[in-house]
Design a protein around this ligand. Structure first.
Ligand code: NAD
Length: 497
């Protein structure tokens, strides 16, 4: 939660109202200063070897590791989330830093490629120079992870960055960024900078003429980011919302599936882009599965106690979304297997599991971003796949099946699928992470995540003259004749058909 006073705002604990820190509201001028400093610093950074950049990122990891207790406490205070959940996102973010630093050279170092038959007198090289200065805009639900994830790939690829953390969770993000300079006091201060504020600050960052904006947040804001970036043709990476589906096949391990669905739906209070929001269970195992889900979910509570599974809704407006979706589902004829509208006791929302929700209901079609799981029944996995794919989103997904997991996973339209588990692709830096459709485009993580922050470049190098020189005037009739013969020789015969 935030309060604005003049040109600063205060981040407060959403459950207790405790003040956690006051931050400036940065302007377009502040961003322009950082961009100029970033351009200088980036030249220094790009001039270091991959090994030297890796050493510095690893020093940063160690500095964050040393302050992790303090950082998790801060993360808990500013969002009310259990310390365990903050630790979880911290580990994921640090693993991204470590992976990106360790693999940047392998993925991005210049490599020779075949020049092709028509130009075989040339040498050819593909290189991946950095983009320059990139902007990283982050949300409030996993603020440390989203900031570190964006920075990991951008920095390892040789870029400078300006980070705009969420106004609801700026304290931990700022601390984690500043730790870079604790670990690397000689680094120029413009290399990683941060700006704080609201939509206006984010919008100014998009219009600052940077070399890319990596945005993580909601679909409506993603649209605005893309429109603002269009002014300068600034490329964008959009990591947006989701309505992730889980399929429970007839041969699923129902105990494992129920545990994973309850955790995947209620982890972080459902305030997770890859949280499980929709489940399609095959009729044959429906009753058994629902029984197991209810048994586990009935034990899950929201609150600030050590025993509570998750904390408050971090942003008050999100409670209205939850109320609207639960009300719409029940009015539409759904059964509340666990909880219901009464589960909402702001700022907390206890678990809600809704069964048999009409497919056109808001609770099925829109991102809820709260502790609400919809479970619908299908005749078979073919119907589950069809319904699972009938959404504008396509971020994560999962499938539970002992024998057909891969076959079903291949048919799900999403950026990632986990078989017999939940959400694992997010914590694995070696595989790409991102969405399709309204879930966005572009990728963090993996080789694709590193290339996302570089501008692939072709360098061709003439080694010797071969045959007629068709790249200079005048061209002689003989030259055309030679080329004509070459065309016949190379293309007129059927090959591989
Ligand atoms: P949001 O879109 O409201 O805000 C995200 C960030 O954008 C904040 O820093 C905010 O200040 C900034 N912002 C707001 N208006 C802006 C504008 N006009 N121009 C530029 N920046 C602007 O999102 P949120 O509520 O903070 O986060 C929740 C959303 O994020 C959910 O939809 C969730 O699914 C999504 N999310 C996606 C991922 C992913 O990897 N796909 C990860 C986490 C969260």
């Amino acid at each position: 939660m935030t309060q604005t006073i003049a040109d600063t705002f205060t981040v407060t604990n959403p459950a207790t109202g405790e003040s956690v820190g006051t931050f400036p509201i940065h302007t377009a001028e502040d961003i322009a200063e950082r961009a100029a400093a970033g351009r200088e610093a980036q030249l220094w950074w790009a001039g270091l070897s991959f090994a030297e950049r890796k050493r510095r990122i690893n020093r940063w990891i160690a500095a964050i590791g040393q302050m992790s207790d303090e950082l998790c406490e801060l993360g808990y205070r500013e969002t009310g989330r259990p310390r365990g959940d903050v630790q979880f996102e911290l580990i994921a973010g640090l693993e991204d830093l470590r992976w990106a630093a360790a693999h940047a050279k392998r993925v991005l170092k210049p490599r020779k490629v075949a020049p092709g038959m028509a130009l075989f007198n040339f040498g050819a090289e593909v290189s991946y120079p950095p983009l320059g200065v990139v902007g990283v805009i982050a949300p409030w639900n996993v603020p440390i992870y989203t900031v570190l994830c964006g920075l990991a790939y951008a920095l390892a690829a040789g870029n400078a960055a300006i980070v705009k953390p969420s106004e609801y969770a700026a304290a931990s993000s700022v601390q984690v960024i500043d730790a870079f300079y604790t670990a690397n006091p000689d680094a120029p201060k413009g290399l990683i900078t941060w700006v704080t504020g609201f939509a206006e600050t984010g919008s100014a960052l998009c219009k600052a003429g940077l070399d890319k904006i990596a945005f993580t947040g909601s679909v409506p804001t993603g649209r605005k980011v893309m429109a603002a970036c269009a002014e300068n043709l600034t490329p964008v990476l959009l990591e947006l919302g989701g309505k992730d589906v889980t399929i429970i096949a007839e041969d699923a391990d129902l105990d494992a599936a129920a545990r994973a669905v309850v955790w995947g739906g209620f982890f972080n209070g459902g305030q997770a882009c890859v949280g499980i929001e929709r489940v399609y269970v095959v009729q044959a195992v429906r009753d058994a599965f629902l029984g197991k889900v209810k048994e586990i979910a009935d034990q899950v509570t929201a609150g600030l106690d050590e025993n509570d599974a998750y904390g408050p809704m971090i942003v008050p407006s999100q409670i209205d979304v939850v109320r609207r979706h639960v009300t719409a589902a029940i009015e539409g004829g759904a059964i509340a297997l666990v909880g219901g509208v009464d589960s909402i006791r702001a700022p907390f929302v206890d678990p809600v599991v809704l069964v048999d929700v009409p497919e056109d209901n808001a609770a099925v079609q829109e991102e809820t971003f709260g502790p609400v799981i919809v479970i619908n029944t299908v005749a078979d996995t073919a119907e589950a796949i069809r319904r699972g794919n009938a959404t504008r989103f396509g971020l994560g997904s999962s499938v539970f099946s002992k024998g057909r997991g891969k076959e079903i996973a291949r048919q799900l339209k999403a950026g990632g699928t986990t078989i017999n588990s939940a959400l694992t692709f997010v914590g694995m830096p070696s595989v790409p992470f991102g969405g399709i459709g309204d879930s966005g485009f572009g990728r963090f993580h993996g080789d694709d995540g590193l290339r996302e922050f570089s501008a692939p470049k072709a360098t061709t190098n003439k080694r010797f003259q071969m045959g007629p020189d068709m790249q200079s005037f005048p061209r002689r009739p003989d030259d055309f004749e030679q080329v004509r013969k070459m065309v016949k020789f190379r293309y007129a015969k059927r090959r591989g058909a």
